[in-house]
Design a protein around this ligand. Structure first.
Ligand code: GDP
Ligand code: MG
Length: 475
């Protein structure tokens, strides 16, 4: 979808004059892309009309010299209307500390409820909420085993039963138990059915009445297509959910169905499932999502992450930027930047370094981050995200074996220099570091080489990469 929308907007950009014909052609392409991605037909028609209405007035003006304005007007109108599609303007529930927050997950079988429950527990646990899972699925054989296994892997508490057959009883028992034990986030996983059945909806009503959730989440498979509207409406009636999580966004699914569900039920999406692993859960917010979809880049999201880093340690980051511009970044500083990227990917962009499939949403996310982090070489991140992640880890091992003096140096300690000051070989330090870190002389040499290249490039580029300016704007 993103690629097609992007193509539509770039052909708009190439058009020499912007008139009604060009507008129509652009809208036609956008409409086709949306329909092909299973966005509800009525929604698409209404989007088309709204964009047209917004832009038409400007097109009627006689001043043909304002084509670039018109282009951005069209782009902005398309952008705003797309955001509008995934933003019902309602704030979802946010768990609060110091009280039990009961979250109930509902949805058809196979949509990813159980997986998502574990991901959610991990997500909140990481943010300091004592989290747990109650398995109230007595319909699917082996459901409790699945919960037990994934909760154990995720190191979160769980509750369920092999003998009790009434899901309402289990749900109630589990929630009472965990409330007593002062858990902050109690996630109730429910059973699904292959189809929408009244029996399932009755069960949801009963469990909901028994556990009184603070938030009910509808878990939707991204590939649901045009059925999304009916399905989400049906669930809304029985289990009045206040949030949607769309799973399997990493696959080939078109995702448009999920967008329709938001519109049909006026309920916000809070997370996207982007893989099968524990960390493959992304926070969702409308504007960045649409920017990514349109290929406008994920700069906003990235800036937020950078801002997080900057606010955590503003002086440090400014100092780094300054050192970099002056060509004074030590190996220790460089190492810290690499660690920043590693930390960021784990805590803020889960799945970034873990899931290769993630590229669907963030095009080349790591290389973008790399280009924004002073002193991070692009080649470090070449290849798959896993390879990049592994390479960064090895760099950390290597620098772990350096002495304080070496870390604070510009790397020249490692080089034997000739009379003219040019490097002629490596010193004994290289061998020592290689041995100490369990790597090879070649690897250490490579790291030093990358560091030197980075230092040289940084000095030449000065503040041109905008890092310092960007930092200053954030303050
Ligand atoms: P439930 O029946 O709704 O509880 O669904 P499950 O949690 O058991 O998930 C069904 C299947 O979907 C499992 O094989 C999961 O690994 C897979 N799954 C769930 N979420 C995602 C996701 O975000 N991405 C991918 N690729 N697979 C997922
Ligand atoms: Mg399940």
């Amino acid at each position: 979808l993103g690629r097609k929308l992007n193509a539509a907007l770039s052909s708009l950009n190439r058009a020499p004059v912007v008139d009604e014909k060009v507008l129509d052609a652009t809208l036609k392409e956008i409409t086709a892309a949306l329909l092909e991605s299973d966005v509800n037909v009525k929604l698409v028609a209404s989007l088309r009309q709204k964009v047209k209405a917004k832009v038409k007035a400007a097109l009627d003006g006689s001043d043909k010299s304002k084509d670039s304005n018109r282009k951005s007007l069209i782009q902005k109108a398309v952008f705003d209307e797309l955001v509008h599609l995934v933003d019902p303007g309602i704030e979802p529930y946010k768990p609060k500390k110091g009280q039990p927050n009961v979250i109930m997950a509902v949805g058809l079988q196979g949509n990813g409820k159980t997986t998502t429950c574990t991901k959610l527990a991990v997500y909140y646990q990481k943010r300091g909420f004592k989290s747990c899972i109650v398995c109230a699925d007595t319909f699917r054989a082996g459901a409790f085993d699945q919960t037990r296994q994934s909760a154990t892997k995720a190191k979160v508490a769980y509750f369920g039963s092999y003998t009790e057959t009434d899901p309402v009883v289990i749900a109630a028992q589990g929630v009472v138990k965990f409330k007593k034990e002062r858990f902050d986030v109690i996630i109730v996983d429910t059973s699904g059915r292959h189809k929408q059945e009244s029996e399932l909806f009755q069960e949801m009503v009963q469990i909901s009445a028994a556990v009184k959730p603070n938030m009910t989440v509808l878990v939707l498979d991204a590939s649901i297509g045009q059925a999304a509207e009916a399905q989400s409406r049906a669930f809304k009636e029985s289990a009045d959910f206040g949030a949607i999580i769309v799973t399997k966004m990493d696959g080939h699914a078109k995702g448009g169905g999920a967008i329709s569900a938001v519109a049909a039920t006026k309920t916000p999406i809070i997370f996207l499932g982007v893989g099968e692993h524990l960390y493959d859960l992304d926070r969702f917010s409308p504007q960045p999502f649409i920017s990514k979809l349109l290929g406008l880049g994920d700069m906003q999201g990235l800036m937020e992450h950078m801002q997080d880093l900057a606010t955590q340690n503003p002086d440090k980051q400014k100092e780094m930027a300054k050192k970099l511009e002056e060509g004074k970044l030590s190996i220790r500083d460089w190492r810290e930047q690499i660690q920043n990227v590693m930390n960021m990917s784990v805590s803020d962009l889960p799945g970034l370094l873990i899931s290769t499939k993630f590229r669907f949403f963030l095009r080349g996310p790591i290389s973008k981050i790399a280009s924004m982090i002073p002193g991070l070489p692009q080649e470090l991140l070449a290849g798959s995200d896993e390879e990049g992640s592994l390479r960064m880890k090895r760099m950390i091992y290597i620098t772990d074996s350096m002495s304080a003096k070496e870390l604070d140096s510009d790397g020249s300690l490692f080089l034997e220099t000739g009379k003219d000051g040019k490097p002629v070989g490596l010193t004994w330090r290289v061998t020592r570091v290689a041995k100490g870190s369990g790597t090879s002389v070649r690897e250490v040499e490579e790291l030093l080489c990358q560091y030197r290249m980075m230092a040289q490039m940084a000095k030449q580029a000065g503040g041109k990469n905008g890092w310092l300016q960007a930092m200053q704007k954030m303050q």
